[in-house]
Design a binder for this molecule. Structure first.
Ligand code: OGA
Ligand code: MN
Length: 197
């Protein structure tokens, strides 16, 4: 278990981001993908961040994904498996990096063909408690021509990551600006944040 955490931990220490292919096994990824698609069919996925300070129109110019939160108090069996692995990772992170992560939040995200998320930071206000971003991809057989790349804007230049199923990307929520390029087919993921409250 712990060896698969190492590329994420070492990446954070060296570059403020880490990524690991095959972090989640194919069976779990396929099951979570089905969950997401069911929620989508059920009309349970909604545009994010609408209402408060942004109008729907303004929001759509920035991001086009539909989201649905995972209820950590009442997860489905596969969501439990997902969160168990996150729990193990958080324990390892707190032990090895002296972080004080004591919570998290995760949502499914569905980028319908043509959707994107413009360059942004995940933590705008320090009081929100988001320390690290964790994105897990649920796509089957993603190809470079499918677009939808994650671009991380690092001090040393841009890092481009393909959203292939099972891959996890981990980065500092208040430091790394990033962007999702337009997806040329439906793009599925779980995005989340590790919190220190
Ligand atoms: C986000 C985000 C990146 C991705 O949800 O805030 O930036 O690759 N997601 O899906
Ligand atoms: Mn983001």
């Amino acid at each position: 278990m712990e060896e698969k955490f190492e590329p994420l931990i070492q990446g954070i220490l060296d570059e403020n981001f880490g990524t690991a292919a095959g972090f989640f096994d194919a069976e779990l990824v396929a099951g979570l993908r089905k969950n997401l698609l069911h929620r989508h069919e059920d009309g349970a996925m909604h545009p994010a961040g609408v209402g408060k300070h942004f109008t729907f129109q303004k929001n759509l110019k920035v991001r086009g994904d539909l989201i649905s939160w995972i209820d950590e108090k009442n997860p489905g069996p596969l969501e439990r498996q997902f969160l168990d692995q996150i729990d193990a990772f958080v324990q390892y992170l707190n032990r090895t990096c002296y972080t004080a992560i004591n919570g998290y939040e995760f949502h499914y995200a569905f980028y319908e063909t043509g959707s994107f998320y413009k360059r942004h930071l995940d933590q705008f206000h320090n009081d929100r408690g988001r320390k690290f971003s964790v994105v897990s991809y649920l796509n089957d057989d993603w190809q470079p021509e499918d677009g939808g790349e994650l671009v991380l804007y690092l001090d040393g230049g841009e890092k481009i990551i393909q959203p292939e199923g099972g891959r996890v990307v981990f980065f500092k929520a208040d430091e790394i600006e990033h962007e999702v390029k337009p997806a040329l087919r439906d793009r599925l993921s779980i995005a989340g944040w590790l919190l220190s409250l």
